[in-house]
Design a protein around this ligand. Sequence first.
Ligand code: XMP
Length: 528
Amino acid sequence: KILILDFGSQVTQLIARRVRDSGVFSEIYPYDVSDEFVKNYGAKGVILSGGPNSVTEGDTPRAPQAVFELGVPVLGICYGMQTMAQQLGGDVQTAEALGKPREFGFAKIRARGHTRLLDGIADETTAEGHGLLNVWMSHGDSVAHMPDGFKLMASTDSCPIAAMADETRHFYAVQFHPEVTHTVQGEAILSRFVKDICGARADWAMGDYIEEAIAHIRAQVGDEEVILGLSGGVDSSVAAALIHRAIGDQLTCVFVDHGLLRLNEGDMVMEMFAKNLGVKVIRVDAVDDFMGKLAGVTDPEAKRKIIGGEFIEVFDAESHKLTSAKWLAQGTIYPDVIESAGKGKKAAHTIKSHHNVGGLPENMKLKLLEPLRELFKDEVRKLGVALGLPHDMVYRHPFPGPGLGVRILGEVKKEYADLLRRADAIFIEELRNTVDEATGKNWYDLTSQAFAVFLPVKSVGVMGDGRTYEYVVALRAVQTLDFMTAHWAHLPYDLLGKVSNRIINEVRGINRVVYDVSGKPPATIEWE
Ligand code: XMP
């Protein structure tokens, strides 16, 4: 397995993602794990991630020195390269000190000579036999002098030391980001590092996972009882199906209806789990509690905290009734684990606070059961299908924990949620029903996430002979591989026209529909 140390880059997860794509198991830990931890981990290789800090400042993250004494290959990426350079006796300078511009975006690097990492990997080859690679860069600082023993691996005009290697010690470092898809050969480079240079075995596959996971759950909980908060989302659903497969009626699910779900979602969850799978599910109607707490609150972060907090309170009250439960199961998946591990470490900058992980009251005194903790989203989906959950459910677009609460801008009201639910359902229905001729796929499958957003502003319209003065709905549809960056989807005009017509005609209270044409970054996918 490969150990990835996280220095707080927004894209660290993608490193693990790519490494696992090549069949090698990898895990991310914070950069400040102890030397002891690093020595005992058993890594075949170590990758140091990027990060938002500058090694030129005194009190910034460094890799545990043990990383460089393990005798296994090490790959530094961006900040990881800079801290490697500095910790091994080289020199890093800021863009200002070097008189170079900061660099964000595409760059073409020249690979100098042969190194095991880049040998034979290039997008083009020059007449002199140098490789050219299109990569994605995002940095201010650069390595100004390499540590002893290192040779230059690649450069660009604005970044003379864009990659370096000490092949005797198997230390490699790149200033660009091989983990993002914009770096065309990124996957090949990471695969080269973990398989050929580290010699890690490519034996990570979904197939045996179910049996292993079931055995593990049984061993963990024995004959004790487990409760699980079912949200209707993919993660908690797959967790419920997996745990139910392992321990049957020892599992009780609690489904909290907070009034911020999609149209008919509650009934669908009950149908699928209670009726079809025979899982014990308690449905709690908490709509009034949530709406009461949200009244008058407009700040997005405050809303997220209230919804998260109230969810825990309702769930806690319900779980106290189940006095025999000893375990709390959660559909925590790997990206959640990493994201919350980053918090409080001052490494990654928090853009939005997600409410799914952590925050459980200490007094719940329940042990945590998180059978999906090691899996990425697409791995969770494959597991869900393998467990017999309906394909459409498992491949549903992601839905945020705070639900429609972050899709109703400003104050949340039941009236707004009711309008939004209906508009959103029309949009989704039309996406599912419209097939793109070029690909033969429907537009729901061609987009990664699509939904309607309620804008609490009124505009003037005319319907029949009458003036209307009603609310606006924005449609959002994006295409993305990892949800960290996204393009707005180029939906056909006919489809947009039909959705707009249907919403305005069928949802009384909305007289205007607009389409969101912002990418991420600079916008985020959700509006709050
Ligand atoms: P943003 O809006 O940050 O969203 O571009 C990226 C992805 O995360 C989802 N999202 C959430 N998911 N709890 C979740 O489970 C949350 O609090 C939350 N906020 C955003 C969002 O839907 C998108 O898929």
